[in-house]
Ligand binder design. Structure first.
Ligand code: K7E
Ligand code: CUA
Length: 622
């Protein structure tokens, strides 16, 4: 054990004590009983002014926040922290009819939830380009949201061999790939079994490259890399000088099973994997790799030189590459320091083949030879974001604070407490090549009653922090939907959404634009209904079918006016469709219940919205 690792031990002990105390409730802050000023009146006035967005004015940034196991993405405006929109991705969302029409139902593939952790905006030259948002699901899936209309357009997966897609959906600087890594290891291919006692040898993790089509954003499974059964956690792509490399942290390099909080904390260190993804791409193109579960899988024992392991403090969470690509920041979750690795030193060590060891054929680099600094940020460093001026911001879970420090001098210049227990943080474009500064949001895990009580199921809290000056200042408490693991903040003018679907772009063959084309056609027991939705009638106003028919209703909202949505609610058949202006949606169902069933417009659309209704008549068999 070298000196470095020894120095960390007291930190680990202190951290363990702090966590134990927090868990036992001894440190639990008491809820404020009434509104109280946390700072002087003038500070509060400045904070209020900085976050106040006057009626009719617009926020400066969008924040796309992970919805965790709600399976959704939440869109907030910054600095107001107002919730603007919910984008359903892996979960049906009745408010927008998502998961009820044929197309979105097919995308969900029968699954009704997902667990979204890390949204990832598409990039060009390492900066957000405002085109797409990729989001992971723990269940081996990846989704693409088109920011032209803020709708989920594709869900890929569950992908073969992947169990627990946590280390995702990080894109490379020109959105060549969205990367993925398994948190849980399993015997592969999926579907085979091995006893838990053989975990260390027979269970495997995978690192995955999902290829993105540069024009359409279409995702396709590229390749996988076989790894020991480590629990891959978080990732970040190299940029500028480190472009072409991908980094992922892991815990449980012990390859332990059972009570991981004990068994996976035995070693002083875990790893950050460094993957030369351009070389992987080339190797796969040359036919290297084995076909496992239908995908090309590279085994580093057979194809060396693609993957390397950088030792890192035990149980690291975030790994974050600086805007210039020179530094890779990673920290043990129980440490009091964050380690800055130097990409050039990593390259030198690889060139010199300075590998003191290996893990199943993957070379391990020497910690001392690749690190530049250990920055004494405070206890429990989790995740780092960057500002435009060479500053880095690290969230500290155990200290419940954010530390601001300088790249290059490694000096900690400021700290601000968070209420309470910060997880990730998101600075404006703070993980790109050109961070914007100004604002940072602490995504806190607990709120401990800093809000009107809503019972035991308390909301998450997020805090907006002003980072425009030397000292960080908390501006606002906001209560976000669960579970805000990670978020990204992008300049609002980079996103250019449409407000109606242009009629001439509608390619749905069943779309109609005139009420005279509406009606029912039949082929045997297959019934097609073409419907027009326009203020304030659903045409046809009655639909007659026979019991046992398969009915497909295609409804076109022929409006070309902003905000004129119409809905189609048919309660007795669990049908709930919302159609945006210029859009066509279809729903297919079996008319198995005879009777008369009203349908109605669900979205308020006009003074005569209430009159927008009709009847489905299902004639009984006898
Ligand atoms: Cu920190 Cu899944 Cu990135 Cu939760 S993750 S906190
Ligand atoms: Cu259409 Cu209400």
């Amino acid at each position: 054990m070298n000196r470095q690792w020894k120095r960390w031990i007291p930190w680990s002990v202190a951290a363990a004590l702090a966590i134990a105390a927090a868990l036992s409730g001894r440190c639990a802050p008491t809820a404020p009983k009434a509104k109280k000023a946390a700072a002087g009146a003038s500070d509060l006035a400045v904070a209020a002014q900085k976050t106040y967005v006057a009626p009719g004015d617009l926020d400066e940034f969008y924040m796309f926040s992970s919805g965790g196991h709600s399976g959704q993405i939440y869109v907030y405006g910054i600095p107001s922290m107002r919730h603007l929109s919910t984008i359903p991705v892996y979960t049906p969302y009745p408010a927008t009819g998502y998961g009820f029409d044929d197309a979105s139902k097919a995308m969900l593939g029968g699954l009704t939830w997902g667990d979204v952790h890390h949204p990832s905006l598409s990039e060009t030259n390492g900066d957000y380009d405002g085109r797409w948002l990729f989001v992971n699901d723990m269940n081996g899936r990846l989704a693409r949201i088109d920011l032209r209309d803020f709708k989920t357009k594709q869900i890929l997966g569950p992908l073969p061999n992947v169990s627990g897609n946590h280390g995702s959906a990080f894109v490379t600087p020109n959105t060549e790939y969205s990367m993925m890594a398994s948190r849980f290891s399993i015997p592969i291919p999926k579907g085979t079994t091995a006893p838990i006692e053989k975990y260390a040898t027979d269970y495997k993790g995978v690192l995955v490259g999902v290829k993105i089509d540069p024009k359409s954003g279409q995702m396709a499974l590229g390749w996988e890399i076989l790894t020991p059964p480590f629990d891959w956690d978080l990732g970040d792509a190299g940029k500028k000088v480190s472009d072409g490399w991908m980094f992922w942290t892991c815990y449980n390099s012990e390859r332990a099973t059972g009570k991981l909080e004990v068994t996976a904390s035995q070693r002083d260190r875990d790893y950050i994997a460094a993957v030369d993804w351009r070389a992987v791409e080339k190797a796969v193109a040359e036919g290297k790799g084995d076909l496992i579960g239908g995908v090309k899988v590279i085994d580093p024992r057979k194809v060396p030189g693609l993957v390397f392991l950088m030792p890192c403090g035990k149980s690291p969470h975030g790994v974050d590459v600086s805007p210039d690509g020179k530094y890779i920041v990673g920290s043990g979750k129980l440490q009091g320091v964050t380690t800055v690795f130097n990409f050039e030193k990593v390259q030198t060590a690889i060139r010199n083949k300075a590998f003191p060891g290996d893990e199943d054929g993957i070379p391990v680099l020497k910690y001392e030879s690749i690190k530049d600094a250990e920055v004494p940020v405070g206890l429990g460093p989790l995740h780092t974001q960057f500002g435009p001026d060479g500053y880095a911001y690290t969230s500290l879970f155990v200290d419940s604070a954010i530390a601001k420090w300088k790249l290059g001098t490694w000096e900690v210049v400021d700290k601000v407490p968070m209420s309470y227990s910060i997880g990730h943080l998101a600075a404006a474009e703070g993980d790109t090549c050109s961070p914007k500064g100004k604002y940072l949001v602490g995504l806190n895990k607990l709120s401990h009653g800093r809000h009107l009580s809503v019972g035991p199921s308390q909301p998450e809290s997020s805090q907006l922090v002003d980072i425009s000056e030397e000292k960080m200042k908390i501006l606002l408490d906001a209560f976000t939907e669960p579970e805000p693991h990670y978020a990204q903040i992008v300049k609002a003018d980079k996103i250019k959404p449409i407000e109606v679907y242009p009629k001439d772009e509608n390619k749905e063959p069943l779309a109609i634009w005139d009420v005279k084309d509406a009606g029912v056609t039949r082929q045997g027991n297959q019934v097609t209904v073409k419907v027009v939705l326009v203020r304030s009638t659903i045409t046809p106003t009655a639909i007659e079918v026979n019991q046992g028919d398969t009915v497909r209703i295609a409804m076109t909202n022929i409006e070309q006016t902003t905000d004129e949505l119409h809905g189609f609610g048919l309660l007795d058949y669990n049908i709930n469709i919302v159609v945006d202006p210029g859009e066509t949606k279809t729903v297919t169902f079996k008319a198995d219940k005879p009777g008369v069933f009203p349908y109605y417009c669900t979205n308020f659309c006009s003074a005569l919205h209430q009159e927008m209704q009709g009847y489905l008549i299902v004639k009984g068999k006898s």
